[in-house]
Ligand binder design. Structure first.
Ligand code: PTJ
Length: 251
């Protein structure tokens, strides 16, 4: 039991969720390594949601609201860290979540399905029970398998916590991709239409809040937000912020 006044309480708490996720068959061991990489970048951005992330959150909310059919992709780490928040976002968008796994096994599909179902038994959860049968062209890994009723049909996909080639391949088939990744240098971060460089535990609730707030905006305003957004510029801002913070750091 970690005391709440421990200076690294939050970090230790989220690690414990992942540890439990491994025990429950939701998270793979390499998910712990992925989390460690995220933590390192979180240190570099000051463990706070910075301005570059807030701008991306606004653009992401606008794009999700403009979508005909947005889908929220969930991997093992997302299911362990923020299952409630992923469901809340999907509910706010009146859409589905889809389980998409790099290390896909029927047991993990089932464990994640049960975790999500336990939070909201009315939620539309795709990608389980062998339903991920459509292969994204050119993507050989298991991540390339998606549900024909979900990501395969979606026009906007939220792809959090992955450094790989799915974002690129999804864009090749005409999808808009939003990613959440603390590493502004990852492949997903660089290939997405919108990259939220922030910890998913902080930014997912902010994204849902923004969706709620912009829900009543007119289409023109949403289009303007998306059109004014520049992802390369945002990634540059994140990298500049990190570099400056390191140079200015007093020890
Ligand atoms: O559950 P599976 O089978 O799909 O496997 C999941 C992992 C996470 C192992 C896999 O999808 C993966 O791609 O791991 P990577 O390649 O290390 O990518 C994870 C990315 O997420 C890295 O760029 C990390 O910086 C970032 N990341 C990790 N934790 C967080 C994060 N970004 C935001 N918030 C976090 N909490």
């Amino acid at each position: 039991m970690v005391p709440k006044n421990h200076p690294r309480y939050h970090s230790l708490y989220y690690r414990s969720l992942l540890e439990r996720g491994v025990d429950e068959g939701i998270v793979v061991k390499t998910g712990l390594i992925a989390h460690g990489r995220g933590e390192a970048f979180d240190y570099l951005i000051g463990e706070k949601t910075q301005g570059f992330a807030r701008k991306a959150i606004e653009a992401a909310a606008a794009l999700l609201l403009l979508a005909g059919y947005p889908v929220v992709s969930v991997n093992g780490n997302v299911a362990a860290l923020v299952p409630e928040d992923a469901i809340m976002l999907a509910k706010e968008l009146d859409t589905a979540v889809e389980i998409n796994l790099f290390y896909r096994t029927p047991e993990r599909e089932e464990a994640i399905y049960e975790r999500l179902r336990g939070i909201d038994d009315g939620m539309r959860i795709l990608g389980a029970s062998g339903s991920a049968t459509y292969r994204i062209p050119g993507l050989e890994s298991n991540r390339g398998l998606v549900d024909p009723r979900g990501i395969a049909k979606a026009d906007v996909v939220l792809v959090p916590l992955e450094d790989g080639d799915r974002t690129e391949k999804l864009r090749d088939i005409g999808k808009n991709v939003i990613t959440i990744d603390l590493n502004p240098l990852s492949r997903s971060a660089r290939f997405a239409d919108i990259t939220i460089v922030d910890n998913i535990v902080r930014c997912l609730p902010l994204l849902t809040q923004k969706v709620k707030q912009l829900k009543h905006a007119d289409e023109e305003e949403l289009v303007e937000i998306v059109n004014n957004y520049d992802n390369k510029g945002i990634l540059k801002e994140a990298l500049t912020f990190i570099s400056k913070r390191l140079l200015d750091m007093e020890l």
